[in-house]
Write a protein that binds this ligand. Structure first.
Ligand SMILES: NC(=O)c1ccc[n+]([C@@H]2O[C@H](COP(=O)([O-])OP(=O)(O)OC[C@H]3O[C@@H](n4cnc5c(N)ncnc54)[C@H](O)[C@@H]3O)[C@@H](O)[C@H]2O)c1
Length: 288
């Protein structure tokens, strides 16, 4: 038994709202926290939209939507996570911001057995654990986007994560959330992003050098390799700021040029062209 009933989610962006949705759909009470009430409420509105789509697809029963939403509270006050059994941090991919959050969560979350997890894509879990007085209870839980649809969670124990913590989160991910888990060592990028990010960055370099258009590069991989989505639409979906941040973290870890974000990606991020979430990246998106 995982004995996890109350989940705190920090960050109500695209990942935080997805994690909130899957936890609430599993019958858990979720407290979703962001830096402002408005952002937290926008996260809840995103969950409501997603549940409506799930209802239309027939993956949730009509009438369940209100029940799931009733299990979610939103706040801008981190101290509301005091009683959580599990906190999943899904704030911006920035090491300073995340270590500051883990330091605060360590003080706020009262149950010493509570687990503090990060959805980081690339920051070593050991660094987040070092900001707390309970490194044995800190673990990586890396969900995939969009969370309600993607079956995988990477579980990342650091060198100090206890076996009990690892087993509890694996049981939680598998038995409660119904996800498939893989366990990976605490290395920047873990398994999936270590393979995926150099591929996405190579596609950006192709656009930059004029090898082909973004549309043709994506068609090359969807029609030529049967990928469900081309690399540039996938980068837009992940968020170009997040792709750049993961590339930076991988480059810092391995010092391999293939991980370094190319100048075009940096300029796009600096210009606010972040992909789907900002409405414009390599492709244009209508406001949701
Ligand atoms: N986008 C993806 O495909 C993807 C996939 C797996 C993991 N991740 C990871 O998930 C995390 C979030 O990514 P995202 O795509 O949801 O980003 P996002 O930009 O959509 O959302 C980040 C949210 O965090 C909030 N935030 C920032 N600082 C905060 C703080 N101190 N306290 C509370 N909230 C704070 C922001 O206001 C924002 O709402 C990152 O670590 C990212 O690497 C992203």
């Amino acid at each position: 038994m995982t004995s996890i009933k109350h989940v705190g989610v920090v960050g109500a962006g695209q990942m935080g709202r997805g994690i909130t949705e899957v936890c609430a759909r599993a019958g858990l009470h979720v407290t979703l926290c962001d830096v402002t009430e408005d952002r937290a409420r926008a996260g809840l509105a995103g969950v409501a939209d997603s549940l409506l789509k799930a209802e239309k697809r027939g993956t949730i029963a009509p009438g369940d939507r209100a029940h799931v939403l009733a299990g979610i509270s939103v706040t801008a006050d981190l101290s509301r996570l005091a009683g959580a059994d599990l906190v999943v941090e899904a704030a911006v991919e920035n090491e300073q911001a995340k270590t500051a959050l883990f330091r605060q969560l360590d003080e706020i979350v009262t149950d010493p057995a509570a687990i503090l997890a990060s959805n980081t894509s690339s920051i070593p879990i050991a660094r987040l654990a070092a900001a707390t007085g309970r490194p044995e209870a800190v673990v990586g839980l890396h969900f995939f986007n969009p969370v309600p649809l993607m079956p995988l969670i990477e579980v990342i124990p650091s060198l100090q994560t206890s076996k009990a913590t690892e087993q509890r989160v694996r049981a939680f991910a598998g038995e409660v959330l119904g996800k498939k888990t893989i366990v990976t060592q605490d290395r920047a990028g873990f398994v999936v992003n270590s393979l995926l990010i150099p591929y996405l960055l190579a596609a950006v370099r192709m656009v930059s050098s004029g090898t082909a258009t973004a549309e043709d590069i994506d068609t090359g991989m969807t029609a030529g390799c049967a990928h469900p989505m081309g690399p540039l639409r996938l980068a837009d979906l992940i968020g170009l700021d997040t792709v750049a941040a993961i590339g930076e973290a991988l480059y810092e870890e391995y010092r391999e040029p293939l991980y370094a974000p190319p100048p075009l990606l940096r300029r796009m991020v600096e210009s606010g062209l972040l992909g789907r979430k900002s409405g414009q990246g390599f492709f244009s998106y209508q406001a949701a």
